[in-house]
Design a protein. Structure first.
Ligand code: DGJ
Length: 757
């Protein structure tokens, strides 16, 4: 018998499961003799008949432990769906359960399947959402042979996206017994070969999202975070790109997690060139007690597959985030262009200074004034007052509501910075509730940026912080919040949790963070929240579920940002990346880049400003006004268009990228020159994603005054195959050549595409 929907086909006799849409196929089966799940295929769509038995291969491998005495039932040599270490498989497993006797011996066998429409609702744990008839979920239930435990594996596919969403639910059906979950990953994928490069995004503070690509080797390679947040160091993303794949072509798998806490992403290549990709909550210090009649739900892993290289993978992720993760309220709505006072004033401000900036911002047609760190308690430096969310009346004698209403009267919205999860020791909260601080009362508790972490695994702490924040948000017209988080968790210990449940701390902590987000957006549904963690220290799919944009990095230098935003674009949509024009010399690297280049980079994100606009020259102000006018005109394109990386800042002196919207046939191309070479070579920039037969108007924009430098009509095929000719034609123009404005380092050019008819 066959159960079939337009997305999932199940051969109930042979027990083959096939998830499919127009782009991808994902096939696995139950091995009849042993009841285990076997991965059969994941890749570009397969339209062969239902029977996939011919896809099974088994070498006879002597000297192995066998589940049954048949020579081929060693799980070590079977590509599995959700494996467990130790039951004849010596690779690292997806889960580990500790039983009452202290053993880890599990044997989960297939029991049943169910198909439901739409996406599973995981409550406050971020998950793919926005039900429509175009998605379906297959749930396969496995039953332990030694306990009343079940594992439900969920697989969701939709008609539109080239992604599979996977997660697992551990269900304890016992009325009396508890079990320990020491490892519970979200995703395991065993691929039949090892001909891949691993691509991931690594970094540190102010240099997040650095792209690294290197060939797989036999053995394990892991990226992870055990810092309490997804981290600057490794983004929860990895890709396996076929060794011959490029930006444009070839097979690429990508995986990410809708989760903001500790994670592990790992690739293990065995001695027969089988590649195991795993992703999920980090097992470090993880120990979840499955009490009687309880469940544990893993975060969702999103698995993308592209046969059009890295571009296809990135576009699949970006589309998925836009359509199924980011709050739809913000996806297409024009975002206000903001001015943030942090790099303008740091902690040194008063109402007059802020209003001077706001007045200037109004002159420039900005839409939102954001008051960053320093408005509360006695916060004159970073060693005080976190957790005391009351207005500093020395700096703001008339209070926040007065400031907000003054800003509003100018015609700007008002936004405010918080760092909800943190505490300074000089606050009433720290004195009243020292037990709310993460750490063991009798042991070392390290500070980070002079601050400590509040125990968000304790619901009382989350409620108390929510009350303080809600009081402030009710007290003034605040339409935007920047939620910062500036240190990682070390010496983790919660006085709220009993000794045997300390292994639950990190996950409960991040669930507390999500709960506070949930409380805030429920109480203030119109609030736009930007996440931040010392820049991109918690920039991930989980946080995007609650905060539709994130501060990508504290590094605002345009040249550095080319790499950071390029790296982030591996999976995140442009509209999620906060990117601001800041001052020169740049505060992080001291570089002087032209104002036009700073804007030409920041435009490819959620655009804003972060400098003292009261100290600029009339020429600079006029230039900024022109930039803002231009930014507004391209915002719908940036939010909706597809992103193409044309040349990498990691390998090229002339990086370039393009956004193109196939509906409106409009595009924007950014081309950058990092260092200016003498006597330059010829250069062309080939565009992508256009309609070959469409005639476009190609316009070079002068961002300094929002005027047109040149315009011509060109067909799509010429722009894609020949490209934009970037050198000038100086034939018979020697004089013009010698009198030209000297090209500079850190230069940029912007091109716009519009259909001619
Ligand atoms: C780190 C953030 O990334 C900055 O933008 C700024 O908000 C500071 N914290 C404030 O302390």
């Amino acid at each position: 018998m066959t159960t079939s929907t337009n997305l999932i086909t199940v051969d109930e006799q042979a027990k083959f499961f096939h998830l499919h849409n127009e782009q991808i196929s994902y096939i696995f089966r139950v091995i009849p003799e042993i009841g285990q799940l076997e991965q059969v295929y994941f890749g570009p769509v397969i339209t062969t008949p239902l029977d996939f038995h011919h896809l099974i291969s088994r070498e006879f491998r002597p000297s192995n432990n066998q589940l049954i005495d048949d020579g081929t039932s060693s799980l070590e040599h079977i590509r599995q769906e959700y494996p467990c270490f130790g039951t004849t498989d010596f690779r690292q497993g997806a889960y580990a359960i500790r039983y009452a006797s202290g053993d880890y011996i599990s044997e989960f066998k297939y029991q049943q399947f169910a198909i439901t429409s739409g996406y599973p609702d995981l409550g406050e744990l971020p998950h793919a959402r926005y039900h429509d008839e175009s998605a379906a979920t297959l749930t396969v239930t496995l039953q332990d042979q030694y306990s009343p435990l079940q594992i439900q594996l969920h697989y969701t596919i939709s008609t539109k996206n080239a992604v599979i969403i996977r997660s697992a639910t551990f269900v304890n059906t016992s009325n009396t017994d508890s079990y320990h979950l020491d490892r519970a990953l979200s995703l395991n994928l065993d691929l039949p070969d090892a001909d891949y490069d691993l691509i991931h995004l690594h970094g540190a503070w102010a240099k997040e999202m650095q792209v690294e690509r290197r060939p797989l080797m036999t053995g394990r390679m892991a990226i992870d975070s055990d810092r309490g947040a997804s981290s600057h160091q490794h983004n929860p993303f990895l890709a396996l790109a076929a060794t011959d794949s490029t930006e444009k072509d070839g097979l690429v798998y990508g995986a990410t997690l809708l989760y903001s806490g500790n994670f592990l992403g790992q690739v293990e290549v065995d001695n027969y060139d089988v590649t195991r990709l795993s992703l999920g909550i980090s097992p470090t210090q993880f120990d979840w007690t499955l009490t009687p009649q309880s469940k544990f739900q893993t975060p969702e892993a999103v698995l993308a597959c592209s046969h059009t290289g890295l571009t296809g993978m990135s576009q699949a992720f970006q589309q998925f985030f836009r359509e199924h993760v980011i709050d739809q309220k913000w996806v297409d709505q024009p975002k206000p262009i903001l001015i943030n006072n942090w790099e303008a004033t740091y902690f040194d401000f008063d109402e007059a200074k802020l209003l001077k900036i706001a007045r200037q911002a109004k002159q420039l047609d900005l839409g939102l004034f954001v008051l960053d760190d320093g408005w509360f308690g006695k916060r004159d430096s970073d060693n005080s007052s976190l957790g005391n969310w009351t207005v500093d009346h020395h700096k703001l004698p008339a209070g926040l509501s007065h400031l907000a209403s003054e800003v509003n009267q100018l015609g700007l919205k008002f936004g405010l910075w918080f760092e909800p999860e943190m505490i300074s020791l000089d606050t009433p909260l720290a004195a009243e509730h020292p037990e709310w601080i993460v750490g063991h009362p009798q042991k070392r508790r390290s500070q980070g940026r002079n601050q400590y972490v509040l125990d968000f695994s304790n619901p009382d702490v989350v409620s108390a912080i929510f009350e303080q924040m809600a009081a402030i948000l009710h007290s003034a017209a605040i339409s935007y919040v920047k939620w910062d988080m500036n240190r990682y968790i070390s010496e983790a210990f919660s006085t709220y949790l009993p000794a045997e449940r300390q292994g639950e701390f990190y996950h409960r902590y991040i669930m507390g963070v999500y709960h506070l987000y949930h409380l805030l957006i429920t109480e203030f549904p119109e609030l736009l929240i930007e996440s931040c963690a010392g820049g991109g220290g918690r920039f991930d799919g989980g946080i995007l579920y609650y905060a539709s944009q994130g501060w990508t990095s504290d590094d605002t230098d345009a040249v550095e940002r080319l790499k950071i935003q390029y790296g982030a674009s591996m999976l995140y949509p442009l509209q999620s990346m906060g990117s601001h024009v800041s001052a020169v010399p740049n505060h992080q690297v001291g570089r002087r880049t032209p104002l036009s280049t700073r804007a030409a980079v920041a435009l490819f994100g959620t655009f804003g400003y972060e400098l003292d606009i009261t100290k600029l020259t009339a020429t600079e102000l006029a230039e900024i006004k022109a930039q803002i006018q231009f930014a507004k005109s391209v915002q719908p394109l940036i939010q909706k268009g597809k992103f193409y990386r044309l040349a990498s800042p990691f390998t090229s002196n002339r990086p370039a990228w393009e956004v193109y919207d196939s509906e409106t046939k409009t595009g924007l191309i950014g081309y950058y020159q990092i260092l200016n070479p003498a006597n330059p070579s010829y250069h062309r920039l080939q565009l992508r994603g256009l309609v070959p037969t469409q005639k476009y108007q190609l316009t070079e924009i002068n961002l300094s005054n929002n005027t047109i430098l040149s315009t011509e009509e060109v067909f799509g095929d010429e722009l894609q195959n020949i490209g934009i000719i970037l050198n000038k034609d100086y034939t018979n123009k020697a004089a013009e050549y010698w009198q030209r404005p000297q090209p500079t380092d850190f230069a940029s050019r912007l091109f716009q595409l519009k259909p001619t008819e």
